[in-house]
Design a protein around this ligand. Structure first.
Ligand code: 3HC
Length: 303
């Protein structure tokens, strides 16, 4: 019997049905790449309007991907778009959305209390086979998982914006994450077309631990008047080969997101000078200039 059980649990670790909670920029991107690669996706949002908004963002992004994949074959491009879309089902009912789910990826607001409430509920309604992952950029996976009774089936799956373009996936283990869960995450990351790296549950994992202080330093340089934003951006693009300069990247990521990351880290690590939030970013947020998504941040964007 033991052998039968372990065989069936090994088989159930193959991820086919994916539930994505949150239809914002990251959640939509995760739903899209999963659907593009043949997974059945249920995308959960709080109301029908937000599902519609996510679907229209996905449609736009899919057509960019299709154009690239099927340059000279518009028919194949149409087929790719239609098939990918048909694999995504919108839902506002969490219990229904997870009833046959192999993997839940959470991509909701970066607030521990809100995430706890969600995962407590998910843990109660999801079948035992369902693995849970958070796409958090800066919160602790262990702290998020602490409210569930399935820490062995819990980990971090951290994607990058824009999800359909950025090739990396950070797979984060907590001490309780089982080898089987970890292996299923790594295999799924590969199946959705990403290159996976692994790291411990440390603040910012690999990329944001390096990128967030770097961007904050660049903003401090601008705040001191050492160089103009344009010149800082040009310097890092042409001198270090980055696709975007740090100031434009801060607008691209969104100032609300990066500011809240630094505020959270500063609270936890008050002595680390790399984690001091920027005054000028706070000012932009107060003026509702959140970056590209609102049409203005450090730079202005035409729609
Ligand atoms: N969906 C699908 N395709 C997209 C896309 C999207 N949302 N955005 C861009 N693309 C495609 C374009 O269609 C284009 O395809 P092509 O090569 O066939 O023409 C290609 O990507 C390049 O796009 P663009 O020509 O519009 O512009 P760029 O060459 O400047 O590339 C970029 C845009 C990919 C965003 C690039 O500037 C870049 O890599 N920037 C850095 C992004 C980055 O650092 N992201 C990480 C942020 S940190 C993060 O996400 C962590 C989080 O936790 C905060």
């Amino acid at each position: 019997i033991k052998r039968g059980l372990s065989t069936s649990s090994a088989m159930s670790a193959v991820i086919k049905n994916v539930t994505v909670i949150g239809g914002g920029l990251m959640g939509s991107g995760i739903a899209q790449v999963a659907a593009q690669t043949g997974h059945n996706v249920t995308l959960v949002e709080v109301n029908a309007d937000l599902i519609k908004k996510a679907e229209s963002g996905i449609a736009k992004s899919l057509s960019r991907v299709a154009k690239k994949l099927y340059k000279d074959d518009p028919q194949a491009a149409e087929k790719f778009i239609a098939e990918s879309q048909s694999r995504i089902k919108g839902s506002t009912d969490i219990a229904d959305a997870v009833k046959d789910s192999d993997l839940v990826v959470e991509a909701i607001v970066e607030n521990l209390e809100v995430k706890h409430k969600l995962f407590k509920n998910l843990d109660a309604v999801a079948p035992p086979k369902t693995m849970f992952a958070s796409n958090t950029s800066s919160l602790s996976i262990g702290e998020i998982a602490s409210v569930t009774n399935r820490k062995d089936r819990f980990g971090g799956l951290h994607f990058f914006n824009p999800v359909p373009v950025m090739k990396l996936l950070e797979v984060v283990r907590i001490p309780e994450t089982s080898d089987e869960t970890y292996e299923a995450f790594m295999a799924w990351g590969k199946a959705v077309g990403k290159t996976c790296v692994t790291c411990k549950d440390t603040p910012g994992f690999i990329v944001n631990r390096l990128l967030v202080p770097y961007v904050a330093e660049a903003i401090r340089m601008m705040e001191r008047g050492d160089a103009s934003p344009r010149d800082i951006d040009t310097a890092m693009k042409l001198g270090a080969g980055y696709p975007m300069g740090p100031i434009e990247l801060s607008d691209y990521v969104g100032h609300d997101t990066s500011y809240s990351i630094l505020v959270g880290w500063q609270k936890k690590f008050p002595d680390n000078p790399l984690f001091v939030p920027n005054e000028s970013v706070k000012k932009l947020i107060d003026e509702k200039k959140l970056g590209l998504k609102t049409g203005e941040g450090f730079y202005k964007y035409s729609k």
